[in-house]
Write a protein that binds this ligand. Structure first.
Ligand code: AMP
Length: 296
């Protein structure tokens, strides 16, 4: 997860080289549909140029189709998906169905003005598709573009125009960053990466974070921690509060320590179950009769 321009696509490509699993970018899939002039591509073009989101049902169908391809059987890196709570919810169900629970949710953090500069300065070579930036990484000659061409022919993506960029960032903040990171905060899988500065430094921080083996409880820095009000967040929270209330009454009634411990366990259950569901883990009954989450 990360705002448009936070570099998640670039970093995902670097992860592909190490993990040897496919990079699934929903933005790239939609751009390919556009190039091919399919009905979906034509519909997506208008939405993308206005900085909007393609509808959840369409996006979930795209993801289902992609993640059930044979090359994704060993795993995959999602980039730009899920972007809404409905997509995150649909993804959790799909992952449970195909028994591929999430291992980690990486949240790239970059200052908004940096993002505007990165995106509005971005240029793509029409021929070799290499990405440049007029401020930080202008096209160089040599090396040459594709064989037979001397110079790159760079163009600006329609959705990289400054007004569209600001709308995309607003949409990300409203629909994605707060609600979707809130959805995943229960899983304990969220890790935040400072994605400002040099690309190689970000890659280093990303690998350090992935290798650290410890997930953060909250995806947002304390000072800017969002108040999440999505249905996903409030339902388990309500259950937890109810159970906590029941546990308190039991304790007051003078239950013995064994019973208190059982009550404490009850209060933890709903949050754990919600976390398992958000990560897309399936539940199964172990031979001894105890339920366990199937995690890979
Ligand atoms: P990206 O290349 O990831 O920045 O995506 C480019 C554009 O494609 C976005 O601004 C959206 O209009 C659309 N898009 C990509 N992924 C999604 C998604 N998961 N949900 C809705 N729209 C998407």
């Amino acid at each position: 997860m990360g705002a448009p321009g936070s570099g998640k696509g670039t970093q995902a490509q670097r992860l592909v080289a190490s993990y040897r699993i496919p990079h699934v970018s929903t933005g790239d899939i939609l751009r390919k549909e556009q190039e091919q002039g399919t009905p979906l591509g034509l519909r997506a073009k208008q939405i993308m140029e206005a900085g909007g989101y393609v509808d959840d049902e369409t996006m979930l169908a795209i993801i289902r189709n992609r993640l059930t391809q044979p090359d994704a059987a060993r795993g995959f890196i999602l980039d730009g998906f899920p972007r809404t709570v409905a997509q995150a919810d649909g993804l959790a169900k799909l992952l449970a169905e195909i028994e591929q629970p999430l291992d980690v949710v990486v949240l790239f953090e970059v200052n908004t003005e940096q993002l505007v500069k990165r995106l509005s300065g971005r240029r793509v070579c029409e021929f070799c598709k290499k990405v440049f930036n007029v401020h930080t990484a202008p096209p160089s000659v040599p090396p040459e573009c594709v064989a037979g061409r001397g110079e790159h022919q760079v163009v600006q993506r329609a959705d990289d125009a400054e007004d569209t960029v600001r709308e995309r960032l607003r949409k990300y903040e409203e629909k994605t960053r707060k609600p979707v990171s809130g959805f995943y905060s229960y899983t304990g899988l969220v890790r935040t990466v400072d994605a400002e500065g040099d690309i190689d430094d970000v890659t280093k921080r990303l690998f350090e974070t992935l290798n650290a083996g410890r997930a953060e409880e909250s995806p947002a820095p304390a000072a800017t921690k969002p108040k999440v009000k999505s249905a996903r967040r409030t339902a388990p929270a309500r259950k937890k509060a109810k159970s906590a209330g029941r546990a308190k009454v039991k304790a007051k009634a003078g239950a013995k320590s064994k019973r208190k411990a059982r009550a404490r366990a009850v209060t933890r259950k709903p949050a754990k179950a919600a976390a398992r569901r958000a990560a897309g883990a399936k539940r199964r009954v172990a031979p001894g009769g105890r339920r366990k989450a199937r995690r890979r």
